[in-house]
Design a binder for this molecule. Sequence first.
Ligand code: SF4
Length: 596
Amino acid sequence: MPIDPARYVSNILLAESCNRPLLLQYLVSLQSEYRHIPAAAISALSSTLEIPESEIIGVIEFYSFLHLKSRGQYDILFSDSITDHMLGSRILLDQLCQQLNVEVGQVRADQLVSVNTTSCTGMCDQGPALLVNGIAITNLDEPRISLISQLVESGADISEWSNEFFTVRNNIRRKDILLSCMHEEYDRQQALQQLVDPLPADILNILQSSGLRGRGGAGFPTARKWRDCRDADAARRYVICNADEGEPGTFKDRVLLQSYAHQLIEGMTLCGHAVNATHGLIYLRGEYRYLLDHLQAVIDERRTAGLLGNNILGKRNLDFDVDIHLGAGAYICGEESALIESLEGKRGIPRKRPPFPCTYGYLGEPSVVNNVETFIAAAQIIIHGAQWFSSSGTEQSSGTKLLSISGDCKQPGIYEYPFGTTVRQILQDCGATNVQAVQIAGAAGTTLPPDQFDRVIAFEDLGTGGSFIIFNQQRKLLDMVQNFAHFFVHESCGFCTPCRVGGSLLKDLVDKVHSGHGSCHDLDEMKRIAGIMRETSFCGLGATAPSHVLQTLDSFSHVYVERLSQADYEPAFDLDAALAEARRLAPHHCKSNTDS
Ligand code: SF4
C-alpha cells in the first residue's frame, strides 16, 4: 500500500531537504512513486514551499514526463525520432498496441499499461528504442516487442526483466586525440592533482591558447566564458554541466557520461577551481535516467576518495562538490537559460539575454554552463597542454569533435574527428553509400545535399553539437521534414507567438504537402511563415525551427514539387467533409435548409 502522498512529501521528500529550487526534483520523485502527481502532494508542496498550487501545476504541465493523471503501471514511450522511424518503429508501436490492446496516448482501462511516443531518446545508433518507466530498451524488433507484451501482461516487476533488455552500447567507432588519451582505469588522484595545481589565471590562459570553444554547437570560447564568470562580482558562483543533449540524432554525451564520468567531474572541478566556485550541478536529461545511479556512484566514490567535498586532495580552501538534477522531458531545457530556470524548479522558459549566465545564472549568481564534451576536453587540455589540442583542427576550430552518426550507414555510432574533416570523408568511414542528404546539427541544423559533401565540420563552416543523420536515395525526405515540424511544435515552450503559432501553422502546411494536397501557394506560405519565425522568435529554438523547411525547399525543391496536387490551391480546411457528419445526423434539417 503506497504511503499517503501528503505524508510522502513531508516525511520523505521535504524531510531530507526543503528547497524551492528542488521543486522539479520533488515532482520527478512523486511521478515515479505514484505514476502521477497527486493533488494532495501538490497541496502539501504548495503550503510548505509557499508556492501557489497553480504555479506547481504549471510546472507539471510543462514537462512531458510529469502527469496530473495516472499513467499505467508500465508506462511505455516510443522514441519518435526520424531515425527510429527509419528503423521501423511505427510498425513496432502498432504491434505493441495491438498485443496489449491499448491505443497510443491512452492508459489501458485496467491501468496496467500506457503507451505513447516521446521525442528522440538519444539511442539513434541502436534504435528503434523505447523507455519503459523511464528506462531505455534498444534494438527493438518483433520478437522483442512480443516479449515485452508478455512481461507486461504477466505483471513482472521491471527489476526481474532480463538485463539484456537494458543494455545500451557505446558503439565508439573512431577515436582521435580526446578519446584516445582517456582510459577507464587511471590514477584519479594524480589526474586531479594536475588539474588543481596550476593557478586559476594559468588555467584560463592555457584554455585560451588551446582555442577551446563550447562543444554544444554555438562555439563560444570557453576561456572567455570562464573568465567572465570569475570576474563577475559575487560571493557565490556555480558550475553547471548541461547533460541535456536533446537534439534529435545526438547521443555522444550519453557515451561520455557512461564511460568517462570521472573525467567529466574532473572537468567540472577544474572549472570550479578556475572560476572560484564551490558547487557544481549536472542537469541530466530525463531520457538518460538509467545513468543516474552510475553517475551518483562516481560522485560518491570521489567524495570518499577526497576528490570532491571540502579541502580536496588535502588542499585548504579547495572545496567543490556536485549534485545531479534530473530533467523531465523538455527539449528547450538544452538552451542554457531555460536549463537554469529548470534547475531552479520552474518551467523551462528561456530568459531574456543579456545578462548572460556567466554573470547572472543559477539563483542569480554567475554560472558557467558547458556541456559534457566541453568539460572533458578542458580537463584533458590542462593535462596534455594547449599545443596537444590546438595542433588538431582548423585555425578557428581547434581540436576534435565527437559526432553521433545515425541513419543510413553500415556502422552508426560515435566518431571523433579533427575539425576540418569533410562530410564526404565521414560518410566513407561510416559506410554510407547512395546518400541523398545529411542532416547536420539535428532538427535545427543544416540539410546538406551531395554537391556540398566537400564542406567541413568546423564552426566556420558546418558547426554542430554532434548530430549527423544520413538519408539514402530511397528515403522520402518529406518524412524527415514532417517529423521535424511536428517535433518543434511539441517542443516549443509556448512563450512567444511566432514560435508557438508559426510553428503550428508551418506543421499544418507541411502535413498538407506531405499528404499530397499542397500547392505552390502553400510552399510560398511556408517560406513566409518560416521567415517570420526566424526574424521574430524570442529564442534560438523558434529562430532555427524552420531551417529544415527552408533548406529543403531550397536544395531539394523537387521532393516538394513531386508531392503537389494538380490544383492551383486546395484549402487546408474541407468544409464539405467537416459538415458531412452533421448532415448525416440531421438529414431532415439539412434537407429543409437546402429546400428553402
Ligand atoms: Fe519558447 Fe519558441 Fe519562443 Fe523560444 S522561440 S521562447 S521555445 S515559444
